[in-house]
Design a protein around this ligand. Sequence first.
Ligand code: FAD
Length: 384
Amino acid sequence: MSGKTAIVLGGGVGGVVAASNLRRLLPKQDRVVLIERSGRHVFWPSLLWLMTGTRNAQDVQRDIAALKEPGINVLKREVTRIDSTTRTVYTGDDSVQGDALVVALGAELVPERIPGLAEAGHNFYTVEGAAQLYEDLQSLREGRVVVLIAGVPFKCPAAPYEAAMLIDHLLRKRRVRERVEVEVWAAEPAPMGVAGPAVSQGVKDLVADRGIAYHPSRQIARVDAPGKRLHFEGGDEVSYDVLAVVPPHAPPAVVQEAGLAAPGGWVQIDRETCETPFENVFAIGDVTGVMLPMGKPLPKAGVFAHAQAEAVARTIATRWTGKGEEGRFTGNGECFIEMGSGAAGFARGNFYAEPAPEVKMFRTGRHWHVAKVAFEKNWWRTWF
Ligand SMILES: Cc1cc2nc3c(=O)[nH]c(=O)nc-3n(C[C@H](O)[C@H](O)[C@H](O)COP(=O)(O)OP(=O)(O)OC[C@H]3O[C@@H](n4cnc5c(N)ncnc54)[C@H](O)[C@@H]3O)c2cc1C
């Protein structure tokens, strides 16, 4: 039986959607291979509920081999090298060669780039860090919680602000909020800046309404972990009792070694087809860097990884079968903004609009929180 092979690298948001769609669209004789090093799929938005105790670690992840779509060849291995010309993927001593490659390896979290940061606080962009943060928040009686954005870009532009509001709500529920300060110290100049000034101001207002102090444009320089003190470039300092960290992000080394990205850079793609300069090699999601005409990059968000994955799967299937139409990523996206107390905001728009993204923030309310919970439920039902 002869057929073609599509290889998807990474079993996160983009990888799971790409592999599942490819399997649905391609004939049986074609092979779909999914390679994921952690052995699990994490639904990252749920980490915000893990850190505030409304989810546990089992709720937010599944075995990657438990994908609902049958017939995907799942390999729980680390991609150690990619030959972009021959589309050969190496996992240690083994290798697999494909007719199409979809690179969905996400962004690496690199707290070690800031002296002292890896030893300090909790990186709530990991399952383990979010769970530990909850433990600390549960026992805190007074002092200061700092949500630290340690570098740009970072995935999910809303997440740190949502985290601060959810922490605020948790502390109010515990009746200790009046004795605990909550602050956001951010390497970026404003929240969700790419979505435009109205959305950015809307998020700032939500944070301010809850008495959360916001310190933008503060780049962390080093952390004194034993002394529980943050030192910023330019001389600002602040102490903390609980530290919630969004660590610096970096492109995976393996994509740079493959010639898919310049040193220190993200994978460059056609912004609609998601093709790299290498034939039949596509890249989607957080591993990519798409510069918008306004001069800022497309934010790193699951909603984009998801839509790009669907588009790429359609393109590959159409090219191989001659049926249907190729997919295109249009730049549309949306985002829930958790506020605590069972309410949320919602923003939606087109990030490819010119000269600048056109994004609207809707009136906040309980219905958006309910919609976010429904989205999570639907995620697991659809893919696992
Ligand atoms: C707390 C939090 C909340 C968020 N909330 C939202 C939200 O509400 N809405 C939204 O749109 N986005 C949200 N995001 C962002 C969203 O999760 C990411 O943008 C999305 O996961 C990107 O998908 P991806 O497939 O590109 O990368 P990922 O989902 O990160 O997947 C990459 C995968 O590749 C694997 N991998 C990496 N290197 C290798 C290797 N060498 N070999 C094998 N496997 C490898 C990783 O283990 C990982 O599973 C949130 C993120 C966080 C952390």
